[in-house]
Design a protein around this ligand. Structure first.
Ligand SMILES: O=C(CO)[C@H](O)[C@H](O)COP(=O)(O)O
Length: 227
């Protein structure tokens, strides 16, 4: 296991300590969350912890179910107590970029419907400014080449996410465009612009969403309270 993976495992295992019995828990997506879901499955099996998981991707749903964690869809629950998810970059104001794993649309829907949100990251994800990690957009395939041109004209340096010569598809069968912005000085302004561009279903800026961040360091997990 790489050092980074060890830190991801550390925060994943720390995060599940915050999950209480008889609660509804949003389950994020990504390699860090995978460790968290493993640890949650262990609590369900060993302690008889009773929770309902609301997965943010088909991958997470499959993993959770394979470990005996009961899951429901977002529209089958009346509330979500806590969502635990990873992040690609977090700035000092606790604003984040997500979507490196292409799941940020479902992740944002689950996040905004959760009472509390916790992000779990290794220390490499913490940054002074957002933007060195490309900003993901989930876009409707229809007209996406035209949208791409408009993004290019704005100087956002867009790039379709491609794998094995094909557009990467999300769980909603949309495409992903990554914006190479390098430094985002005013996240809210970019978010407002992207919110109003037709064809973009959702961008990966998660602003004023997280309550708690657990950062993995060599000497242990650090719990930061954002709001
Ligand atoms: O937003 C995400 C998926 O859409 C992930 O949470 C984010 O990409 C972090 O992933 P990882 O834990 O694999 O580094």
């Amino acid at each position: 296991m790489t050092h980074q993976d060890e830190l991801k495992k550390l925060v994943g295992e720390e995060a599940v300590k915050f999950i209480e019995n008889n609660t509804v828990v949003g389950l994020g997506t990504g390699s860090t969350v995978k460790f968290m879901v493993d640890a949650l499955g262990k609590r369900v099996k060993d302690e008889g912890l009773s929770i309902i998981g609301v997965p943010t991707s088909e991958r997470t749903k499959q993993q959770a179910n394979s470990l005996g964690i009961i899951t429901k869809g977002i529209d089958e629950v009346d509330h979500i107590d806590l969502t635990i998810d990873g992040a690609d970059q977090i700035d000092k104001n606790f604003q984040g970029i997500k979507g490196g794993g292409g799941a940020h649309l479902w992740e944002k829907i689950v996040a905004i419907n959760s009472d509390k949100n916790m992000w779990i990251v290794d220390e490499s994800k913490m940054a002074d400014h957002l933007g060195s990690f490309p900003l993901p957009l989930e876009v409707i395939p229809y007209g996406s080449q035209q949208l791409f041109k408009r993004l290019k004209d704005k100087g956002y340096s867009p790039e379709f996410r491609i794998k094995d010569g094909h557009h990467v598809k999300t769980d909603s069968d949309n495409d992903i465009i990554d914006l190479h912005l390098h430094e985002i000085d005013h996240p809210q302004e970019i978010a407002n612009t992207l919110d109003h561009m037709t064809g973009i279903v959702e961008h990966g800026l998660f602003l004023d969403i997280v309550n708690t961040v657990i950062v993995g360091h060599e000497d242990g997990p650090e719990v930061l309270h954002a709001r």
